[in-house]
Design a protein around this ligand. Sequence first.
Ligand code: AMP
Ligand code: MG
Length: 430
Amino acid sequence: MSTSPQSGALGMTLTEAISCLSDYDPNALPVSKVREIVDRVVSPVEAIERVSIRAALDRVLAEDLVSPIDVPSSDNSAMDGYAVRAADLAANGPTSLRIAGTALAGVPFAGSAGAGDAVRVMTGAVMPEGFDTVVIQEVVQVDGDRVLVPAGQQAGQNRRLRGEDLARGKPALRAGKRITPADLGLMASLGFAEVPVRRRLRVAFFSTGDELRSVGEPLGPGEVYDSNRYTIWGMLTRLGVEVVDMGVVRDDPESLERAVRIASESADAIVSSGGVSVGEADFTKQVMRKLGDIAFWTIAMRPGRPMAFGKIGRAAYFGLPGNPVAVMITFYFFAREALLRMMGADPEPLPFVRARSRTAFRKRPGRTEYQRARLVREADGTMSVSTIGSQGSGVLRSMSEANCIVVLHHGQESVAAGDEVDCIAFEGLV
Ligand code: AMP
Ligand code: MG
């Protein structure tokens, strides 16, 4: 089960989710309210499948993974040196011990040893029975079968305890974790060959607009190439969902209705672009309201003000705006997290990087602004950020050149050059 604290509220109808808000205005909806509503309406896919651990990369773990073993499986040496019994060591001077044998990683000491003995140990070697301390080889003197241990050793030093990394029966990974390379290693270290993951989310997507042409076709006057289907495909693919590309849908009610029906029957979520701005929304609204429970919003944000959201049958519907940058911003800041939740993940909030703005921003309180920008590390180690020239919501190049988004929060006012701002970097380590 998802461990999300909100899991009890998941899967509400749109009307229920909206009624939880005290002051709902679809024509001036703050970003935070959009998130609240969306989070409440979406719910995780239930089906679980078992896959081999490599196939689990980027998938969502469906159940807590409980360690079947202690890691490490026995007390072992953390260093190359000599295992001793702390009780044998003299308090105020060196101690001479007999070397009773050797233990290697994977080859335990097989002889018998006791009081007055030491055992040569390599890193990872199981500690011989009754031996509790390792003296590193650099500080001892060896003479034939005897070793001289200097004073000042701490009982228990350089020894890793059984179960120290992970005790048997303890959860090693929680349900809802999106599986990373480190997790693959952890699963392997516990001996799992297969793990339970949520089934892949299926997301259908299409573009709307009579002016759109597909790549490879000649452009007529006033026509544009359909770029949204490529950015949306890329963003969905990165999330690890199964994508269903439904192409371009013409701006007429029958075509839209047909596309939405097919999508809602075959996918868990639908992402469309265009057709939700005030000028175009009229026929879209008619079609959508006939087919599902959909709200049309003007969000207090820039770019990306218009957006539709709701449910068509069992499918969640994200009606993103048409402008190419607005598509990406609304996807990243609303659809992404919702889709992750639908995948069964328990997403962590995106980390903000604080950086000094090299440019001033005019900003009025009462809306959230997302500026395309470049984050750089200055010679003194501090971070600074400068915006990319054109912030027009149709200028996709700005998104391509940017390496971060500066988020100017709802209540924030204008920013002067030199002020600190919150940025979200595009690139992460894993
Ligand atoms: P709309 O929201 O449908 O009014 O579209 C707003 C703007 O985005 C218009 O200039 C459209 O031509 C443009 N646009 C809409 N869909 C796409 C698309 N798939 N690819 C590129 N531009 C688009
Ligand atoms: Mg359009």
